[in-house]
Design a protein around this ligand. Structure first.
Ligand code: ATP
Length: 869
C-alpha cells in the first residue's frame, strides 16, 4: 500500500503483512461488509469483474487504486476471478469487530486456485477438478491427481510418455511442479496446462513420505499399494503440501490414496485420446464420445463415465461382468426404471460429503444427504432382490448409514434455510434451552397482545396499538384524540401527523429479553449444527464408498439406456486375436448427420494370420477417416463395458490403441506438422504389441510425395514383418502405390471406400470393398469447396497428363517437369487481357540484339505507359 512505513495506518500495515505472505495471489481483503482489493490487484479485479476502480484519497495512500464488492457477492465474483486464471487469497475478519477495541484480527482463510477449488460455481458438475502434481527425473516421472471437491487422490509413475498420457486423460485444471524444472517441464509436457511452480525443497522423498503418513495417520504406505512408487510418493506428498499452503486444512475426505494400475487398462497415447475425440477436442464445439454416451442420472456418474472412457479395461473378466450387467439392465426395463428413479434422488453425494469434511455444507445440503441415504436404502433392497451377481455385490456394499440418517431427520428442520446464522435450522424438542429461548423470542405475540389489551382497558384508549420499529423498538401508539388519557410514566418518543408513540419500562425490559434470546438462539443453533456436522464427518468413508458404488451403478444403467436408445449391440469380447465387426457405425457421426441422411454401415475384419493390415484407399471425403475412428471407438466402447454401434462385433482383447489421425495441433510448440507426425509414428512403432490396434491416416502426407510414399511403405512393411508383434492395422492413404504392397506381403490386404461416378459428378457410397482404388477425386472435392473454375480446369488438365504418362511407365518427376514447362507456356500464351497481349506483341517484335540502351529505355517507358493506361 503506502510507500513510507511511518505513514501507514494499522490497517495498511496489516494488509501489507498478509499480502507479502501470498505472492502471486490476488488478495480479497475483508473490511466490514466489503471485500476490498488494492493497487495492482484492484486494477486486475476491476478489469475482470467490471467493477468500479477508484483511488483512495487517504494520506500517503492517496494514489492507491481501490476496487471492492459486498461480501455476499463473493460467490458470484470468485469464480470469475479464478476462471480468468487468478489465484485468489480470501482474507477474512477472524474476530467479531464488536468484541475488540483495536484493529480486527484478519487472516487468509482460503487460497483458491484453478486446481484447488470447492466452490460450486467454479466447479463443473460433470467433470472432476484435478490438481496434478508432477515430480520428474530424466526419463521417468511421478504424478498425483487430487480433486479436493471429491476427495479422490491417485498416484502413478512411469516414463514421461506414460505420465503425459495420464495428463491428457485426467485433464487437470492446474499442474504444479518444482521451480527448478521450468524448461524441462515445457520441453516434455508443452504449455497446454495452467501451471504453478513450487520451491524445490518439498520435493524430497522423506518429507513427502512423512506428509502422507501424517495425513492418513498410518505407519506405512503399504496398505495403499504405493510403497514402491518413489516418484509417485514425492508427487503425492507435494500435492498435500500444496493444499496446506493454500490454507486447506480440513481434509478428512481425502481418506485414501490409490495407484493407477497400468496393467489393468488399455493403453492409449495422448494423441489417440485427442484424435478420437473421446472427452474433448481441439475444436471446442465438436461433439465428443462422452457427449453421445452420457445419459447419467448423477454428476458422480457423469464423472466416472469420463474416467471409463479414457481408461477402458483390458482384462476379460471385469469387461464381461460389466457387459452382463448392462445386458441385464437393458432387458429388464422395470428394474432399470426403479433404479433410475432412486438414483435421481441422490444428487452429487461425493461432493456433498466432501463439503461436510470441509465444514462448508449448509443445512439444505445436509437434508439432501438424508434424502440420498434413504434412496440408497431402497437401492440396496432392489439390488438384493435381483438375481444378478454383480448387482447383488453392489447392494451388499451399500451402507444406508441409518443412524445418521435418523439423526438428521430428528435434529434438522425438514425444510431448513440455507444459512445457519439466520436460525430456524434445528428441530424442536432436541434441546431444552433452545426450546425455552424460542418461546421467549417467538412466543411474544400473545404477550404483547396481552399488554395492549390490558393498557387499553386501564387507560380507556380502545384504539391503542403495540408495534415495533428498528429505531426505538417496541412502542405504544395513541391517536391524538386520546392523547390526554396517556399515563405520565409513559415516555413519548415520536409525534406523527395523527398519533404519538410512547415506550414504557415494561416494553423495554421485554424487548431486551427478546433480542437477547434471538442472539442466543442463533449461537446455540450454530453450535448444535456444527455438532451435527461433526458427527456426520465420522461417516465420511462409508458415504464415499456409497458414492462410488452409486456412480458405478449409474454408469452401467447409463450404458443400458444409451445402448437401447442408439441401437447398440452386446459385443463378444474374447481372448482371440481377431477383430470382426459387422455393420459397424461411428457413434458420434451417426448422431450428427443432416436430416434424412443415414449412416452407411461397414464391416471390418482384422486378424494376425490372414488380414493383419488393411490398406484403405478411396477418394477424399469418402469416409476413410470415419472408418478408422469408428473401428477404434467400437473396440474402446466394448472394452469399457458398453454395447457397440454395430450389427455384430467380436472383439479379441486389444491392449493398446495407437492412432495417427488427422492434423495435429502441436504447431504452437514450434514443431512442423510433419515432425509431429513422425514423432507420433515413431512412438507407435516403438511400442507395438501383438494385441495392438493401429490406426494410421495418411501417414507421410506432410512431405514430398516420394518421401511420403517411401515412409508409408516402410512403416507398413515394418508392421507386417515385426517378428513378435502382428499388430492389427488400418492404413488409410491417398498413395495408390501402396496397393503394390499386397503383392509381396501376404497379410496386407487392399480395400477401398467406394464412390459412383455419374457424368461429371461423383456420389459417395461410403462402402468398404476389397481391392484398391484408382483415383482420389481430390479435384472434385475442390470443386465442392468452391474453388475458381479456372483452377479446376487447369488441375484436371495436369492430372490427365500425369495419369497418362504414369501408365506409360514414365517417372513422376519427368512428368512433373513436362507439366511445369507446359504451365510456363500456358501462362505466357493463354492470357486474354488485351493490355498483356499488347505487351506480349511489343516484346515479341523487339530485336534485342540491335537495341541500343536508349531505345531499350524508351521501350520500357512505352510498356510502363501501357500498364498505367
Ligand atoms: N459411413 C458413413 N455414412 C455416412 N456418412 C459418412 C460415413 N463416413 C463418413 N461420412 C461423412 O463423410 C465425411 C467425410 O468422411 P471422412 O473424413 O472419413 O473422409 P476421408 O475419406 O477420410 O476424407 P479425406 O481423405 O479427405 O480425409 C464425414 O465427416 C461424415 O460426415
Amino acid at each position: 500500500m503506502a510507500k513510507s512505513a511511518q505513514k501507514e495506518t494499522p490497517l495498511q500495515q496489516q494488509y501489507n503483512q498478509i499480502k507479502q505472505k501470498y505472492p502471486g495471489a490476488l488478495l480479497l481483503f475483508r473490511v466490514g461488509d466489503f471485500y476490498e482489493t488494492f493497487g495492482e490487484d484492484a486494477i486486475k479485479a476491476a478489469g475482470i469483474l467490471g467493477i468500479v476502480l477508484t483511488k483512495r484519497a487517504n494520506g500517503s495512500a492517496s494514489n492507491q487504486e481501490l476496487a471492492g464488492f459486498p461480501h455476499h457477492s463473493l460467490e458470484t465474483y470468485l469464480p470469475k476471478l479464478v476462471r480468468a486464471g487468478q489465484r485468489v487469497a480470501i482474507c477474512d475478519q477472524l474476530e467479531d469487530p464488536k468484541t475488540t477495541k483495536t484493529i480486527v484480527k484478519r487472516g487468509v482463510t482460503e487460497l483458491v486456485t484453478p486446481g484447488v477449488a470447492t466452490n460450486d460455481n467454479i466447479l463443473q458438475q460433470k467433470r472432476n477438478n484435478y490438481l496434478a502434481s508432477i515430480y520428474f527425473e530424466k526419463n521417468s516421472a511421478g504424478v498425483a491427481f487430487l480433486d479436493i471437491s471429491t476427495g479422490e487422490f491417485i498416484t502413478a509413475q512411469g516414463n514421461l510418455e506414460y505420465v503425459d498420457k495420464l495428463l491428457q486423460s485426467f485433464a487437470p485444471s492446474e499442474v504444479i511442479y518444482p521451480k527448478g524444472k521450468k524448461q524441462d517441464f515445457k520441453d516434455t509436457f508443452g504449455d497446454r496446462f495452467y501451471t504453478f511452480t513450487l520451491d524445490d525443497w518439498p520435493y524430497s522423498g522423506d518429507y513427502a513420505y512423512e506428509t502422507l503418513l501424517k495425513h492418513f495417520g498410518v505407519q506405512s504406505l503399504k496398505g495403499f499399494g504405493i510403497e514402491r512408487l518413489n516418484l509417485g510418493i514425492v508427487a503425492a506428498g507435494v500435492a498435500l503440501h500444496y493444499l496446506n499452503e493454500t490454507e486447506h486444512r480440513n481434509l478428512q475426505h481425502i481418506s485414501a490414496i490409490s495407484r493407477i494400475e497400468e496393467a489393468r487398462y488399455l493403453w492409449m497415447d495422448r494423441f489417440s485420446i485427442r484424435n478420437l475425440e473421446l472427452i474433448g477436442s481441439h475444436n471446442e464445439n465438436a461433439v465428443t464420445l462422452a457427449d453421445v454416451l452420457d445419459n447419467t442420472c448423477t454428476p458422480m456418474g457423469a464423472r466416472l463415465l469420463r474416467r471409463w472412457i479414457v481408461m477402458p479395461l483390458k482384462e476379460l473378466k471385469p469387461i464381461k461382468d460389466r457387459l452382463d450387467v448392462v445386458e441385464h439392465l437393458l432387458t429388464d426395463v422395470d428394474l432399470r426404471e426403479e433404479f433410475q428413479q432412486c438414483i435421481r434422488q441422490i444428487g452429487d453425494l461425493e461432493r456433498l460429503i466432501s463439503k461436510i469434511a470441509l465444514q462448508k455444507a449448509n443445512p439444505r445440503e445436509v437434508c439432501q444427504l438424508r434424502k440420498a441415504l434413504i434412496a440408497i436404502e431402497s437401492i440396496k433392497k432392489i439390488c438384493s432382490d435381483t438375481d444378478n451377481a454383480p448387482l447383488k455385490a453392489i447392494g451388499e456394499q451399500l451402507n444406508p448409514c441409518t443412524t445418521i440418517c435418523e439423526k438428521i431427520g430428528l435434529e434438522l428442520n425438514s425444510e431448513p434455510p440455507v444459512l445457519v446464522a439466520k436460525g430456524g435450522v434445528m428441530a424442536e424438542g432436541i434441546n431444552e434451552e433452545l426450546d425455552r429461548l424460542r418461546k421467549i423470542a417467538f412466543g411474544g405475540k400473545g404477550y404483547l397482545l396481552e399488554i395492549q389489551k390490558r393498557e387499553a382497558e386501564l387507560t380507556g384508549i380502545p384504539s391503542l396499538k403495540v408495534s415495533f420499529n428498528n429505531v426505538f423498538g417496541y412502542y405504544l401508539e395513541v391517536t391524538h384524540a386520546h392523547r390526554d388519557k396517556v399515563p405520565t410514566e409513559w415516555i413519548r418518543k415520536q409525534t406523527l401527523v395523527n398519533a404519538e408513540r410512547y415506550i414504557t419500562p415494561e416494553l423495554k425490559e421485554y424487548e431486551e429479553q427478546i433480542l437477547g434470546a434471538e442472539e442466543k438462539i442463533f449461537a446455540l443453533e450454530t453450535t448444535l449444527y456444527n455438532e451435527l456436522l461433526y458427527t456426520l464427518s465420522e461417516y465420511i468413508k462409508p458415504i464415499q464408498l456409497n458414492a462410488q458404488l452409486i456412480a458405478r451403478l449409474d454408469v452401467l444403467l447409463n450404458f443400458a439406456t444409451v445402448s437401447e436408445k442408439n441401437y447398440y449391440v452386446k459385443p463378444n469380447v474374447n481372448d482371440s486375436r481377431v477383430i470382426d465387426i459387422k455393420g459397424g457405425r461411428h457413434p458420434v457421426i451417426e448422431k450428427n448427420l443432416p436430416p434424412g441422411e443415414a449412416y452407411i454401415t461397414n464391416d471390418v475384419f482384422l486378424d494376425s494370420d490372414s488380414q493383419q493390415i488393411i490398406i484403405i484407399t478411396g477418394p477424399n471425403m469418402a469416409g476413410k477417416s470415419a472408418l478408422l475412428r469408428q473401428t477404434g471407438l467400437i473396440v474402446l466402447m466394448a472394452q469399457m463395458g458398453c454395447f457397440v454401434p454395430a450389427k455384430e462385433a467380436s472383439i479379441g482383447l486389444v491392449d493398446k490403441i495407437f492412432t495417427r489421425v488427422g492434423a495435429s495441433d502441436n504447431l504452437t510448440s514450434g514443431e512442423s506438422t510433419f515432425m509431429v507426425e513422425m514423432n507420433e509414428t515413431a512412438s507407435i512403432l516403438n511400442n507395438i504389441s501383438d494385441r495392438s490396434l493401429i490406426l494410421l491416416d495418411e501417414i507421410g502426407r506432410g512431405t514430398s510425395t516420394y518421401d511420403g510414399i517411401s515412409i508409408a511403405w516402410a512403416i507398413a512393411e515394418y508392421l507386417h514383418s515385426h517378428p513378435s508383434a502382428q499388430a492389427k492395422t488400418l492404413f488409410a492413404t491417398h498413395y495408390h502405390e501402396l496397393n503394390e504392397l499386397s503383392n509381396t506381403f501376404p497379410r496386407i490386404k487392399n480395400y477401398n471406400v467406394t464412390v459412383k461416378e455419374v457424368g461429371q459428378q461423383i456420389i459417395f457410397l461410403r462402402k468398404l470393398v476389397p481391392g484398391g482404388s484408382e483415383h482420389s477425386f481430390g479435384i472434385h472435392v475442390a470443386k465442392l469447396a468452391g474453388m475458381p473454375q479456372k483452377v479446376l480446369a487447369r488441375a484436371n488438365d495436369i492430372l490427365k497428363r500425369l495419369e497418362a504418362e504414369r501408365t506409360g511407365g514414365e517417372h513422376i518427376k519427368e512428368s512433373m517437369k513436362k507439366v511445369q514447362k507446359q504451365a510456363m507456356q500456358l501462362q505466357m500464351f493463354s492470357i486474354d487481357d488485351p493490355i498483356l497481349v499488347k505487351i506480349r506483341d511489343t516484346l515479341n517484335n523487339l530485336d534485342v540484339n540491335t537495341l541500343t540502351p536508349v531505345e531499350a529505355m524508351m521501350k520500357l517507358d512505352e510498356i510502363q505507359r501501357m500498364i498505367k493506361g
